[in-house]
Write a protein of this length. Structure first.
Lengths: 153, 153
């Protein structure tokens, strides 16, 4: 017996692929799922990894900028940073140039974990983008870069 | 007094823009936020809108296929469909070709709401992609389409 098609008159993918916004969302969700699976062995998920990446690459960043950069809600950032603090991968320190400000910084353990996770996440992204060749990936990268860096919000 | 830079030694965006996966996530989050704001007047959010879109475009679809197509967890789909049922925009019906299966279908009210929301979501996407011209948007669309439709998972 063939798999039920759920009574559909057309493939649901046809609704998805007509809408650039929906495809962006589905592609990001697929990438996030692949990264989540890949990062199980290092006890990270796509979102905690993205924070660890920023914190490892930028020498101290406050939670508001993390939220702005990743387009997440400040309350989500606080919960995700709490998780990373609990794992000993990042720590919150007072900003010596502004006492009202606290910075999130990577610990040594966090930098080591980030390097391990980076390789796993890269392999997961390769799987997500398997249908694109190197030139097409570079084009996708360049277009997304313009969308991300030219936001007016 | 200039805005505090949070003690960063470089712009956090430089960490984001080096990573295609992270840019995909940030671009999708930015698009989702713009759509959420745009759809406030029609009491929808990006995710409920995406389900309404599929349900309106496909004449009956089961929750498993909604989850597969949108790359969301089945439990998320159930909660989002419940919200739409509560608003009277979709309904669950038995599948006449397979009694074990239930289909999610748009109501007349749902189809009208979808048309209203579609125009608002399109305008929000235009704002998200404002830095790309029409040819670049078409290229982004084509590349994302390949990523979405050629998934091996």
């Amino acid at each position: 017996m063939s798999e039920t098609t759920g009574g559909t008159v057309e493939d649901p993918a046809t609704a998805v692929v007509g809408d650039t916004g929906l495809m962006l969302s589905v592609a990001a969700a697929a990438a996030g799922r692949n990264v989540n699976v890949a990062l199980e062995t290092v006890a990270l998920r796509a979102r905690t990894f993205s924070i660890l990446e920023l914190v490892a690459c930028v020498d101290g960043i406050n939670q508001r900028r993390l939220a702005d950069t990743l387009q997440l809600n400040p309350s989500q950032i606080v919960a995700l940073v709490d998780d990373l603090v609990g794992e000993g991968l990042v720590e919150r320190r007072p900003d010596e140039t502004d006492r009202r400000n606290r910075l999130v910084c990577a610990t040594e353990k966090g930098r080591i974990r980030y390097a391990e996770a980076r390789a796993l996440a890269d392999a997961a992204l390769d799987r997500t983008l398997a249908s694109l060749d190197a030139a097409e990936r570079a084009t996708l990268h360049a277009l997304l870069r313009r969308v991300v860096t030219n936001r007016s919000d």
